[in-house]
Design a protein around this ligand. Structure first.
Ligand code: FES
Ligand SMILES: [Fe+2]
Length: 334
């Protein structure tokens, strides 16, 4: 699992007075807020007898272990041992690792890796947050499957007619001309569909020409960008956080610039987004179960080009190499 990267650990609003327990790329993490309300993340293991600190409470901005009450500050240093008469005798090694954490745009981003992030390595910055004319909504989900397979699903067009039925679009009925290309931070897929207004959503939203671009952004983000005429736009972000190899949390952020339709989109996005997301969760859990039992053994066709490139690009970027620069037109039925 890729540990040297920024991942969302939680939405900021979820972290209140109680500590939160998370696993980020295999690393157990305890999240809590100090006395000033600043969020911090500690490796979730008490140096005393190795109990999970996230099961404890926050006392005056310190994280208190649930076993013998040792208290830890946001740097992970033990600052109080209740059983000790002289607090100056707290052992030096009574500490746990603090993980880099950034609170940004309502998300708590954590770097679980051993290597510290370089100055140019920042959490992904979402566009149009708090920009006038733009609205946004958020969802979360959890899927027992790998980041690779979830990213593939979010970027994959040929499944939409089958998994999402008539809501999104109908089963393989028309041609899609796509242009797949690699970028420095991932893979871009420009999609030109020959028949665009055959779904309920499309009929509701389209005003002018529809543009559609999907994008994979390293390490685990999928951006789906729809334009409905020159003025209107809906952009969805699916941001994956690996817990374990076949266990992933998904943070969905959708933003829109739809003019007078903004209030309607705000109303409809959560329920429609939830239905679509749950359909993907269902098929991905089905796949995850089979992979858990029998391992991965895939057979691909041309329509899978983008997915194969994403996998390769992810691996190259994880090794610190540049993505192979390439571009290809792919035509398939959706
Ligand atoms: S195990 Fe944490 S205080 Fe004893
Ligand atoms: Fe889907």
């Amino acid at each position: 699992m890729l540990q040297d990267a920024w991942y969302i650990a939680a939405e900021a609003r979820e972290l209140k007075h109680k500590p939160l327990s998370r696993t980020i790329a295999g690393v157990p993490v305890a999240l809590f807020r100090d006395a000033e309300g600043r969020a911090s993340a500690l490796f979730d293991r008490c140096p005393h007898r190795n109990v999970q600190l996230s099961g404890g409470r926050v006392v005056a901005g310190k994280l208190q272990c649930p076993y013998h009450g040792w208290e830890f500050n946001s740097q992970g240093q033990c600052v109080r041992v209740p059983a000790l008469e002289d607090q100056s005798r707290i052992p030096k090694g009574a500490c746990t690792r603090a993980l880099p954490l950034l609170e940004q745009q309502g998300y708590l981003w954590i770097w679980p890796g051993d290597r510290t992030p370089r100055p140019n390595e920042n959490p992904f910055s979402l566009p149009h947050v708090d920009e006038s004319g733009w609205g946004y909504g958020r969802l979360q989900s959890y899927i027992r499957n790998s980041v690779d397979n979830i990213v593939e699903n979010f970027i994959d067009n040929p499944h939409t007619g089958y998994v999402h039925g008539g809501l999104f679009r109908s089963a393989a009925s028309h041609w899609s001309n796509t242009e797949v290309s690699t970028a420095d931070d991932g893979v871009i897929i420009d999609i030109d569909e020959e028949n665009q207004a055959d779904s309920l959503l499309a009929r509701l939203l389209v005003k002018g020409e529809v543009t559609h671009q999907d994008r994979f952004i390293y390490p685990s983000i999928v951006q789906v960008d729809y334009g409905f005429g020159p003025e209107r736009k809906i952009i969805g972000y699916q941001i994956c956080t690996p817990e374990e190899k076949l266990s992933t949390r998904i943070y969905v952020h959708v933003c829109w610039h739809m003019g007078i339709l903004n209030p309607l989109v705000k109303l409809l996005m959560p329920p429609i987004g939830r239905v679509i997301l749950n359909q993907d969760v269902g098929i991905l859990e089905n796949q995850g179960k089979m992979i858990e039992r029998y391992g991965e053994s895939f057979t691909s066709v041309e329509a899978d080009t983008a997915n194969l490139w994403i996998k390769a690009t992810r691996q190259r970027l994880a090794r610190g190499e540049k993505p192979t620069s390439r571009k290809r037109s792919v035509r398939f039925k959706v």
